[in-house]
Design a protein around this ligand. Structure first.
Ligand code: NAP
Length: 309
């Protein structure tokens, strides 16, 4: 067995994506340990007898090993599978256990949380991921694998691909090593900013934005300007075309932000539109429509008692 195979994957966050990764890795014979939030959550997980994954309508339970952050063993490989707003605190709670040269794989959507995490664990190599897979929780310790997709991974500071990508291969996790992961994350952030906030404000499916072509076009123009200004010209190229394609292709879907707001859940706004506006301000770039959209969305969230960050 190679060293890559023997290294345990610690997976923080047994939510949608964390469970999806944990089950597939474990099924491929890769050692996996879940890290749960509290001793109470750990006890509840044990009472449930493990995690259930629903695939093609069939649920199957997997009794994966689990612990809390307080467990003593050093961590060499950590998959951080929580929401962007939980990532910094979560990794800080594990920092004493992260050995020198440990690797942390970050599944968070948007931008901003990755830098905050990296600053907390300077001893570790941080690998950023961007995923189009889809999963959701439909009960306690139960996750539905809703959409097959692809995951890009990369490290802006070290372009060498890690040997453990072989674990993902064996686990059937479709992936590629990206030499420009930041461009991918910026592009995804821009697509999100052009679509998701408007779907919340107009309370519509993605296809509802076909009624607002001028507003979408204006936002795409400002987002492309922002991307070029932060050294991401590739992420800016033909952005409006892709936004229109995504709106058409996903016309019947509700965006993730729309779903979060409809269910009264905290959004990742600070790492999406909030990050875009903060970056524009830092570059002294005036993007009036994007800023107005941000303010409207913040008011909308506040009116519903949801956090503004
Ligand atoms: P999720 O279902 O809400 O799962 C997050 C999990 O992290 C929860 O189980 C939460 O525990 C746990 N957690 C948070 N802080 C923790 C801590 N300190 N210790 C232990 N556990 C902790 O979220 P998700 O949908 O998997 O999303 C994760 C990230 O992936 C997000 O940035 C999201 O945007 C991105 N993403 C998701 C999808 C998708 O289809 N789901 C697709 C692409 C990208 P509790 O249950 O105790 O709160």
């Amino acid at each position: 067995m190679s060293d890559s195979n023997a290294t345990t994957w610690h997976i923080l966050g047994a939510g949608s994506l964390g469970s999806l990764w944990a089950v597939r890795l474990a099924r491929a014979g890769v050692p996996v340990r879940l890290i749960l939030r509290t001793p109470q959550r750990l006890a509840a997980y044990r009472r449930a007898g493990g995690l259930s994954l629903v695939e093609q309508g069939q649920a199957r339970r997997y009794s994966l090993d689990a612990e809390t952050a307080a467990a003593p063993a050093p961590i060499r490989r950590l998959l951080l599978a929580c929401k962007a707003y939980d990532a910094e605190d979560a990794v800080a709670s594990l920092a004493p256990r992260l050995a020198g040269g440990a690797e942390v794989i970050l599944l968070q959507n948007g931008l901003g949380s990755q830098d905050a995490v990296a600053a907390r664990v300077p001893q570790a190599r941080c690998i950023l991921a961007s995923s189009t897979e889809g999963a959701f929780r439909d009960g306690a310790w139960r996750v539905v694998f809703a959409g097959h997709g692809h995951t890009w991974l990369g490290d802006p500071l070290d372009l060498a691909a890690p040997a453990w990508l072989a674990d993902l291969q064996r686990a059937g996790i479709a992936h590629d090593w990206s030499l420009d992961i930041l461009a991918r994350l910026w592009r995804k952030l821009a697509l999100n900013c052009a679509i998701n906030p408007l779907t919340v404000l107009y309370d519509c499916r993605n296809g509802g934005l076909l009624q607002h072509p001028a507003e979408v076009a204006t936002l795409c123009g400002e987002l492309a300007e922002l991307l070029r200004c932060c050294g991401q010209p590739d992420a800016a190229s033909a952005l409006h075309d892709e936004v229109q394609r995504v709106i058409q292709a996903t016309a019947a879907n509700y965006s993730s932000m729309h779903q979060d707001v409809a269910l009264g859940r905290r959004t990742e706004i600070a790492y999406l539109l909030g990050h875009a506006c903060a970056t524009a301000r830092r570059h002294r770039l005036l993007l009036p429509h994007l800023e107005a959209l941000h303010q409207r969305l913040l008011r909308h969230l506040a009116e519903r008692g949801l956090p503004r960050h």
